[in-house]
Design a protein around this ligand. Structure first.
Ligand code: SF4
Ligand code: SF4
Ligand code: SF4
Length: 333
């Protein structure tokens, strides 16, 4: 696992566990302070006018694109878990051929975003609430998983009480309505079908937050890019992209659908995929022309290279042409 993916998975695990436990907590034992981490969500922040969180999420998106979708959003992480489970069930060969580039459903996703925004502006917020990923995750956990956990707890309590142990006690399952359960089950079924059919398809066709972030991520400063000068269009990277947004034929990534999961970074045997700094006002680099030398590792290398360059210049001025001098990309810029 590459370092970026490792960091991404670690952060996502923390968010998912905390948010999941919050919705599952039928005994109300979690501290109220946990609410602060739960509020780092787009729609709740917009609805409650939480300017600080909105600015933080904006900054995050302008730096790293849709990283919110792969680290903070519980519904997105839940889809990643579904994908993992599906991968475990699939045979190795089928798993390898799991994804391929899919054309964007632009009319559908932008229409949903526009209608959601328009209805909200005209005072009808129900659509926004029903499409809010955080609320949808909350409804699934509260209406389906939480009753299941309470049922297991009651089963355990009954068994333990029968043998004289009373540390676990029964809790009534009276907080869910039939309508809530049916609606959540239908949404969960839709999510599972879409995930099995096309990975993060829900995120790239229906979710208005994802579509909005896709627009923002076009301006993000750090993103995954294909180095066209080494790419052979083999398509290996497209097979691991759960957003199905890598078009290996034209050697481009649809950054509006890339959720910054970094799964693809290890897939290229030619080193053709890089997480790069892309300057905001550089037209050629933003249009995906042959790769500039702005990877993070290279930038750090450049800084560390100042010391090396000083040593090199001393050697060369003394008439010493070292092997590293010929290979050093600092001089080749
Ligand atoms: S697109 Fe929506 S549901 Fe998917 S991860 Fe992003 S915010 Fe969550
Ligand atoms: S794996 Fe590498 S060479 Fe193959 S299509 Fe992707 S970037 Fe190009
Ligand atoms: S392009 Fe790479 S980082 Fe972006 S979604 Fe696809 S696999 Fe993840």
């Amino acid at each position: 696992m590459n370092k970026l993916k490792y960091i991404r998975v670690s952060i996502a695990s923390v968010f998912f566990v905390v948010i999941g436990l919050f919705f599952l907590d039928f005994l109300d034992i979690l501290p109220l302070q946990l609410h602060s981490i739960l509020h780092i969500q787009w729609i709740p922040a917009l609805l409650y006018g939480n300017v600080l969180i909105i600015l933080f999420l904006l900054l995050l998106s302008l730096l790293f694109g849709r990283i919110f979708c792969s680290t903070v959003c519980p519904l997105g992480i839940f889809q990643d878990i579904l994908i993992r489970v599906e991968n475990l069930l699939l045979k190795k060969k089928k798993r390898k051929l799991r994804y391929k580039y899919r054309n964007p459903s632009n009319i559908l996703r932008y229409s949903i975003l526009l209608v959601t925004l328009a209805t909200y502006v005209f005072g009808f917020s129900a659509l926004l609430v029903w499409l809010d990923p955080y609320s949808n995750f909350g409804r699934i956990v509260s209406n389906i998983f939480r009753p299941a956990v309470i049922w297991i707890n009651n089963l355990l309590a009954g068994t333990m009480n029968a043998v004289g142990v009373y540390s676990v006690f029964e809790v009534p399952i009276n907080t869910v309505s039939l309508l809530g359960v049916v609606a959540s089950a239908l949404f969960l079924a839709l999510l599972v079908i879409m995930t099995v059919y096309g990975g993060r398809l829900y995120c790239n066709t229906i979710c208005p937050v994802g579509t909005g972030l896709g627009l923002l991520s076009r301006f993000s400063l750090f993103k995954v890019r294909i180095d066209k000068s080494v790419c052979t269009s083999c398509g290996l990277c497209a097979m691991v992209c759960k957003s199905e947004c890598i078009d290996s034929k034209v050697k481009e990534i649809d950054e509006s659908r890339c959720i910054s999961c970094y799964n693809c970074l290890d897939s290229c045997k030619k080193g053709g995929l890089q997480f790069q700094y892309v300057p905001l006002f550089s037209k050629s680099e933003r249009s995906g022309s042959p790769a500039p030398a702005y990877t993070i590792s290279r930038s750090l290398w450049s800084i560390s290279g100042i010391a090396k360059a000083t040593t090199c210049s001393r050697s060369t001025s003394a008439g010493l042409l070292t092997r590293c001098w010929r290979r050093c990309h600092i001089w080749k810029r």
